[in-house]
Design a protein around this ligand. Structure first.
Ligand code: DUC
Ligand code: ZN
Ligand code: ZN
Length: 516
């Protein structure tokens, strides 16, 4: 059964969050490592630490070191050897001590473009995220026609504050900018400016779905974001190219899930990605292109960045690890894998891996968009829906890090530092989450302790979300987050959840209030 709370909020409007100036993306801590360790030594506390994680290998994006980690009052306060007494000690010998994952693209307790509420509440989604080694999620606060974004963010903030077990922030989906109605645009500007002051600096727009914006509206949102120093995230696919192909398939009687991939043609992604990049260059507005899935998409981003365009881009776990043949499973089973953009081909996967290696793509997120495989979700239009009647999205928060650790580190593509960089540090940097994504004195005590050798085989329904299926059932991963610590408190250990909902207050790490 779907979570009861999800029903209660069927009409809910948006989430909350906090971010930082896009122009600061990629900013590095200027202190040298030597200076940093001197500083760390001097910060050793005379009072008893709350927690010491002993004997592990501490992995940050730029280096690994054997060190103990001391945490007090939710923050890392010491890093080194012989840190002294602590109220609690965790033995991490043989383990990798890594920053908690930062998943900057997920959809939680959100009404999707077609009006359907997704399956997870903040409680179930962040529980699942925690089991997967994450300590921060960035979800969406979705404006629908007629809503003011200020109210939307307030509503989603309340949902998150009540349910979330890890830290969170929001992308504000702008779907009703009303560029022709000056008054409405002024109201939006006022709201966005106030939200930015309060630390909410990530906007999200769509070029497809019912919530898509016109080119004129997109330019208006870019201009507005520029005024407040925001970043604009984009779902970039050409709506009319998709609809043209959808109609052609339906007329031909091609209704099976595999025709979803054929309708969301790769050229639809390439067209919208290139157009959004040019808009970004036109207005000098930084953008983050979500879920790049094709070779053409990666190439467009590479060329843009080489020209100096302020373009960031991500891909998602499923584009790296699945191809379009998952949609062609027997019966309606393929519906479980319907997402947009769709899974592509092996050659695209190769291009995505190369894009990550070269830095064209900076991060890998889950795009967690959960729908149950029943009448509340994937099958809400009946037991045999046409491909265009199936809600888009899959669960991904819990599986992202183990799957990527396996694919990146265990299989030898990258070292553990690069894994941390792409799944935690860079997402935190790009979205201005200053105290996340690193294990360093002063950072939040958000840590996942990994057993790099532990093997786990995914089962049919073994995740801690509210979805009821695991798209990766049958796959074995090597490397597992055994203990997860959020601001110094252990929230998952030995497969047990130790946190309760509502423990986290997102606004307490409002970046604007810290003067960032
Ligand atoms: N596509 C989206 O645009 N959002 C959520 C999930 C998906 O598949
Ligand atoms: Zn999207
Ligand atoms: Zn998404």
């Amino acid at each position: 059964m779907p979570d009861q709370r999800a029903r209660t909020h069927r009409r809910c409007r948006l989430p909350c969050g906090e971010f930082d100036r896009a122009s600061g993306c990629g900013r590095r801590d200027g202190r040298t490592l030597a200076a940093r360790s001197a500083n760390e030594r001097s910060l050793k506390l005379s009072t008893k630490l709350d927690l010491v994680i002993q004997g592990g290998i501490v992995v940050n994006a730029d280096h690994m070191q054997r060190a103990d980690v001391g945490i007090s009052e939710g923050r890392v306060v010491a890093l080194g050897e012989a840190l002294g007494d602590a109220k609690q000690t965790i033995d991490a010998a043989g383990r990798l001590v890594m920053p908690g994952g930062v998943d900057t693209h997920c959809h939680i307790e959100q009404v999707s473009g077609n009006g359907l509420l997704n399956a997870d509440t903040f409680e179930t989604a962040t529980r699942s995220a925690a089991f997967g080694g994450n300590t921060t999620v960035v979800s969406h606060a979705a404006q629908h026609k007629g809503n003011r974004v200020a109210a939307v963010v307030k509503d989603y903030s309340a949902l998150a504050a009540r349910g979330a077990m890890v830290d969170y922030a929001f992308h504000i989906i702008v779907s009703d900018p009303e560029v022709e109605a000056l008054e409405a645009l002024e109201a939006l500007e006022a709201d966005i400016a106030a939200l930015a002051t309060d630390g909410h600096r990530s906007l999200k727009i769509f070029t497809t779905y019912a919530i898509r914006l016109s080119d004129a509206q997109i330019l208006a949102v870019f201009a507005l974001a520029r005024k407040v120093g925001g970043l604009v995230c984009i779902h970039a696919e050409n709506h009319d190219m998709i609809q043209h192909a959808v109609r052609r398939n339906l007329v031909a009687g091609n209704v099976a899930p595999k025709f979803h991939a054929q309708s969301h043609t790769r050229l639809a992604e390439a067209e919208a990605v290139c157009r959004m990049i040019r808009f970004s260059e036109f207005l000098d507005q930084p953008i983050m292109l979500f879920h790049i899935s094709t070779r053409e998409g990666v190439e467009a981003v590479r060329e843009a960045r080489a020209r100096g365009a302020k373009v960031f881009a991500e891909t998602c776990t499923h584009y790296l690890l699945m191809t379009a043949d998952v949609l062609d499973r027997p019966g309606i089973e393929g519906a479980k894998f319907v997402c947009s953009p769709p899974q592509r081909e092996v050659a695209d996967q190769d291009a995505l891996w190369e894009g990550l290696t070269r830095g064209d793509l900076q991060i890998v997120t889950s795009d967690h968009a959960p729908f149950r495989f029943d009448e509340t979700g994937k099958l809400n239009k009946g037991k045999a829906p046409a491909f265009n009647e199936i809600p888009n999205g899959m669960p991904g928060l819990e599986v992202r890090l183990p799957l990527l650790f396996d694919a990146m580190v265990s299989r030898g593509r990258f070292d553990a530092c690069r894994f941390v960089q792409m799944t935690s540090s860079r997402p935190a940097q790009i979205f201005g989450l200053r105290d996340k994504g690193r294990i360093a004195v002063g950072a939040d005590g958000d840590i996942a302790i990994w057993n790099p050798k532990r093997q786990v085989r995914y089962g049919d329904n073994d995740l801690h979300d509210n979805v009821g299926y695991n798209p990766y059932a049958g796959r074995t991963v090597t490397g597992w987050p055994e203990i997860v610590i959020s601001r110094g408190e252990t929230i998952v250990a030995d497969g047990q959840l130790l946190a309760g909902p509502g423990r986290r207050i997102g606004s307490s790490w409002n970046l604007a209030s810290k003067g960032v």
